[in-house]
Design a protein around this ligand. Sequence first.
Ligand SMILES: *[C@@H]1O[C@H](CO)[C@@H](O)[C@H](O)[C@H]1NC(C)=O
Ligand SMILES: *[C@@H]1O[C@H](CO)[C@@H](O)[C@H](O)[C@H]1NC(C)=O
Ligand SMILES: *[C@@H]1O[C@H](CO)[C@@H](O)[C@H](O)[C@H]1NC(C)=O
Length: 411
Amino acid sequence: MGLRGKDSVGLVFWVVVLCAATAFHGCSAAFFKKRSSGSSNGVGSSVVFQLRGNVYPVGYYYAEVYIGNPQSLISLILIQAVISLGFNAMLPALAVRRNALVVCTEAMCKSLHAPPAYKCNNPTDQCDYEVQYADNGSSLGILVRDIVPVRYSNGTVLGPRLAFGCGYDQHVSKGAVSPTDGVLGLGNGKSTIVSQLRSLGLIQNVIGHCMSARSGGYLFFGNELVPSSGIVWSPLSPPSIDKHYSPGPAELFYGKQSTGVKSLPIIFDSGSSYTYFNRLAYQVFLALLQKSLVGKPLNVAADKTLSICWKGAKPFKSVLDVKQYFTPVTLSFANKKSQLEIPPENYLIVSSLGNVCLGILNGTEIGLGNMNLIGDISLQNQLVIYDNEKQQIGWIRADCNRLPKSGTVPL
Ligand SMILES: *[C@@H]1O[C@H](CO)[C@@H](O)[C@H](O)[C@H]1NC(C)=O
Ligand SMILES: *[C@@H]1O[C@H](CO)[C@@H](O)[C@H](O)[C@H]1NC(C)=O
Ligand SMILES: *[C@@H]1O[C@H](CO)[C@@H](O)[C@H](O)[C@H]1NC(C)=O
């Protein structure tokens, strides 16, 4: 999934891209000293990338990643649900060598296509892929492999060769826009970047992101930067494995009060800017919210930024100006053992007109059915950890502006 901006069931989008099959100079292996087998399984290491962007007005968070040789800096939107590809990107500056192709006999290629098995007529044939997004956007391309420099949190830089999708025919869903180069899949598939780094023994299959409410933040792969205490862990619910990250069904609380809405299917997806509740949860939440605003100095505003906005006596500068009028929402998982608190600043934005707008939207209206989707707005200032080794998801309030040492760097 990947819903960005208001109502734009919005995925990503690119224009047509050509990855020309021209030669470039030798590179690769020299950069990447293979770890002696058995010495490590990546425990205690993390690689870190800086994030940029925000929920509003930018509409998404993205990582900048260097690839290739000569290197290109590309920007990739984080998205959980594209399980199949490490990332796919339009790569204007990147020439792909013949020997950079992932061929159709490789496990990587097979994992993308089974079942039914991919038709591989000739062992040196390229590996085609096609991904369809929730909103009908699509990317058709070939799998290639190239250097992707990654930096450990201690500063050491490695240049493993990783496989990723190079799209040559990409369709934008109507209304979706994206100035970034592609998407970075953070799902639990075999071909994701994190999964490939895991196979190389460099890190554990653990993903963490910390998106700052101010802008930016950081993303890491590996377990080193996972705080040793204070995290609320929830087992990943089985149906979501390989598809979505879900901590299982939740009960909805408004303040301390139960709303009576239980068994809500929840998924976390950083590919969505806003949070979506299903028809029932949205209706109940909205009714409680509207009731609680009676007598408060807020009036419904004619502001198209989001479905519902309110104005005050004078324009607001920040959510902090209005948060006292709003109540935190809590999702309670697995018999209250773990809870995700969504304070007002994690469900409101202040629009460019100075109104406050509700960033929890009606998911049923945009075709999410019964699903409830926790998007970037509600994950801000939280360190969220997807632990694919232990099949659990966790979160903890954090200062996401304090980037752990490092970030993405050229070799
Ligand atoms: C940095 O961490 C990696 C992974 O844990 C390790 O292999 C490397 O030797 C470390 N580098 C330094 C300079 O300590
Ligand atoms: C996707 O495309 C199909 C077939 O072209 C169409 O029936 C469907 O309504 C589209 N869905 C969206 C969300 O645009
Ligand atoms: C949410 O969307 C559904 C489907 O469009 C609609 O039936 C329902 O009335 C909406 N709920 C609210 C509170 O607007």
